[in-house]
Design a protein around this ligand. Sequence first.
Ligand SMILES: Cc1cc2nc3c(=O)[nH]c(=O)nc-3n(C[C@H](O)[C@H](O)[C@H](O)COP(=O)(O)O)c2cc1C
Length: 325
Amino acid sequence: MGDHRRVSILERLRVDKPVVQAGMGGGISRHELAAAVSEAGGLGTIAVSGPAAIRRELAAVRALTDRPIAVNVLLPFAQPSWFAAAARADVVVTFWGRPQRRTPGVWMHQAGSVEEARAAHAAGADAVIVQGIEAGGHVRGTTPALQLLEQVRTALPSGFPLLLAGDIATRTDVDRALDAGAEAAVAGTRFLLSEESHAHPQYKQRLLEADRTILTGLFGLGWPAAHRVVPNEATERHLGADGEAPWTNRVVNRMSGVGARHIPAAVQARLVARQRPESRLLTPQTATDDRPASLVRAGPLYAGETVTRIDRLLPAAEIVASLSA
Ligand SMILES: Cc1cc2nc3c(=O)[nH]c(=O)nc-3n(C[C@H](O)[C@H](O)[C@H](O)COP(=O)(O)O)c2cc1C
């Protein structure tokens, strides 16, 4: 066993346990989940879109806990006003884009390659989250988590804080990450399957029953990027045996570019409400408990490879306790 007490970035933040709840966008991780994780001694993360929602969720979380809280910001969509709102969090985590310091406070960037980790370090990040290919949601990584951690550890100055995301669901997984030199482990899917997450109840049920995941680009309208999901009616309908989306979908997704931020919210909501498994226009919007249940069949059921090892929905505090003593 390594020395698990050297958790400098977390110590600096006054986080007791080496457990971080990943930001899960589209509103899956809001104040209830983030507060429960931070109250239990981990670091909870809010992931919502737009400055008003970020401010609202931060205010709600502060009413529940005075422990540190992170806000996750997706770079393809973020405007300067998002960072102004997120700066009130204790940590800002960025993902999917050129690492750039956008906050005066503690900044972590989630990276999927040695080059990206190097760029984040060079841009002044306080820590890098190394994301392995096993991860759920949008997958920047193309290398297994522990392998990439080793590569990044060698590439960056010794002692630079690294966290590990991907394949984290048990205390053994967390210990393995710490032994390999991570200061903390980041878990998404395990916390999606908590009572406090805002994933739709039928989405949670599908994940509890899942026996595999697929890495695909299918739900790429407005954000053509790889994502890991549990199969559903939409993937069964569109994907070949190799997980490849039909060329028409790929062309539509690519042409849409990162266009989602330019589509008015009302139009987006209509597109999402009309989305069916046979639709050609498949958005990245996932089934939260305040979106139409039709998205469980027609939208992305984001989940990491750990999903096959998780069979119970738990309160977030119990998950934190199960991951670290
Ligand atoms: C439902 C879901 C949504 C996600 N949304 C985001 C996001 O908005 N921002 C982000 O940085 N990472 C996001 N991720 C990826 C996580 O940061 C993390 O890399 C991943 O959850 C780790 O793999 P695991 O889910 O197997 O624990 C998401 C993951 C999931 C499962």
